[in-house]
Design a protein around this ligand. Structure first.
Ligand SMILES: Nc1ncnc2c1ncn2[C@@H]1O[C@H](COP(=O)(O)OP(=O)(O)O)[C@@H](O)[C@H]1O
Ligand SMILES: [Mg+2]
Length: 463
């Protein structure tokens, strides 16, 4: 590879360069998958430091997962050098809020040494709260109550708000349980994940002094995956951006898949209304896929009602045709997939099974496919999910293979494969977007008291 004259600006296309070199004021970078959004944010940070002499300590970059934060930091190390990044803040919303509360917690009645409860701890406290308030688990499952409470917290509501306009019996009961649940958390000097955001917002609501301090500290704020922010995150950003409004966000309204846990795509759609001086840059050149894939994707997403118009293009022409097949049921579907893989191998288009990836929408669907693969003697590996084989009975030996390119054959989903529990559907959205972190519910890297210093940041909120 040539040595480039300018590692920060040269590897960018024109639109990317406009976004990277934008000076002060709000910036909305609207872009599709694989168009270099993360690259733009990373290079913008480097540019701010090198060319606009913004101290790294005055920059806050928010990513969706700890893994993404780590990658961003590594890329920055290479662009501007480690020494100049020492006090840069890169982390998840939850990580940032935890850090903030380690300092400002007492303003909202939280001891600085608070513990952050993981999913299992939270569930135990919730059950206790249900028992204390005589809420029967047979009427409403703890999971149902927990998700009501979580959504309400992410909308910055309290038990009283829920009680005053309940949508039904579940809300009424959740409001009562919630009150007790929060009491128990506080008695244990603990917070849950949603509290991190909620309490951070409350700090700013409560204390002008704290607000000014943090607004002064951060001269520039950059946010990746903005389409997935929820109400609390939106409010937090408004607070932090203050009058300066040096807020740069990147997002793709077509990729918003987290609405079920409070992500509000309006945050991106309304950015120009909330920040009227916003500069808008669209990144429409895609670097990952061929034109045929982009056209197919566009013909699907263009039907979305609320979206910003954009159309991805690439200079990578060609690519194989997309084939749609119809199957009678999930077993037949799996057989079609297995036979297709055999054909690809026979005709030399795939070597072994490592060149083939199979995508499915819900984890439950893996069973039929795995059964067929084992019958056909095809080695496979489940990525970002749980094998139905392991689900049924743990096995010591694992079948393995790796995935490289995507060769998904879509068939119309037979109705019999639709009986999937809500939970597994949620997980599969996560596995479908494995860049968003991995692990199953409850596998958070956070545990009680694990975050005692500002340097250890919590994982992305487990779902
Ligand atoms: N201007 C560019 N020239 C060549 N490759 C690029 C350019 N911008 C991005 N890429 C490549 O495109 C891929 C997607 O970039 P990334 O920043 O991860 O996109 P996004 O965050 O939008 O999904 C990466 O492999 C990246 O190196
Ligand atoms: Mg990205």
């Amino acid at each position: 590879m040539d040595t480039m004259a300018d590692p920060i600006l040269d590897p960018l296309n024109d639109e990317q360069r406009v976004a990277v070199t934008h000076g002060d004021g709000p910036l909305l970078i609207l872009a599709g998958a694989g168009s270099g959004k993360t690259r733009v944010l990373t290079h913008r940070i480097a540019y701010l430091i090198r060319d606009l002499a913004v101290p790294a300590s005055a920059i806050l970059a928010v990513t969706f997962t700890n893994k993404a934060a780590k990658e961003m930091r590594e890329r920055l190390d290479r662009l501007v050098g480690k020494e100049r990044l020492a006090e840069l803040t890169v982390g998840t919303f939850h990580g940032f809020c935890a850090r903030l509360l380690r300092r400002e917690g007492p303003l909202v009645g939280i001891d600085r040494s608070f513990a952050i409860y993981d999913e299992a701890d939270q569930r135990a406290v919730l059950r206790q709260a249900m028992a204390d308030t005589n809420a029967s688990e047979r009427v409403f499952a703890p999971g149902a109550i927990s998700s009501v409470v979580s959504s309400a917290k992410n909308e910055l509501k309290g038990p009283a708000d829920l009680a005053s306009s309940p949508k039904g019996q579940l809300d009424r009961i959740a409001a009562i349980v919630w009150k007790r649940y929060d009491e128990l958390l506080r008695e244990n000097n603990a917070v849950d994940f949603d509290d991190l955001l909620l309490l951070a917002c409350r700090v700013f609501e409560t204390s002008d002094r704290a607000l000014e301090k943090w607004q002064d500290r951060y001269q520039h704020i950059l946010v990746d995956e903005y389409q997935d922010t929820n109400r609390a995150q939106y409010v937090l950003l408004r607070y932090l951006a203050g009058f300066k409004q040096n807020l740069a966000v990147v997002g793709d309204d077509d990729q918003s898949v987290f609405s079920w846990r409070g992500a509000d795509v309006r945050n991106i759609l309304d950015f120009e209304r909330d920040y009227p001086n916003a500069k808008v840059v669209k990144l429409e050149q895609n670097y990952r896929s061929t034109q045929r894939i982009l056209d197919a994707a566009h013909s699907v997403v263009r039907n979305n009602a609320a979206r910003k118009e954009k159309k991805l293009w690439t200079d990578r022409q060609g690519g194989s045709d997309i084939v749609v097949m119809q199957a009678y049921d999930e077993s037949h579907e799996a057989e079609i997939v297995a036979r297709e893989i055999e054909r690809l191998q026979r005709e030399g288009e795939a070597h072994g099974t490592r060149d083939v990836a199979v995508l499915y929408r819900t984890n439950a669907q893996s069973r039929a496919i795995e059964d067929k693969f084992r019958a056909f003697g095809l080695a496979y590996q489940i990525v970002g999910g749980v094998s139905s084989v392991t689900r049924r009975a743990p096995r010591s030996s694992r079948v393995r293979a790796s995935t490289r390119s995507v060769s998904g054959r879509l068939s119309r989903r037979p109705s019999s494969s639709r009986r999937s529990r809500g939970g597994s559907r949620r997980r599969s959205w996560r596995s479908a977007r494995s860049s968003r972190g991995s692990g199953s519910p409850g596998s958070s890297s956070l545990s009680r008291g694990s975050s005692t210093s500002s340097s250890s940041e919590p994982a992305m909120r487990p779902i």
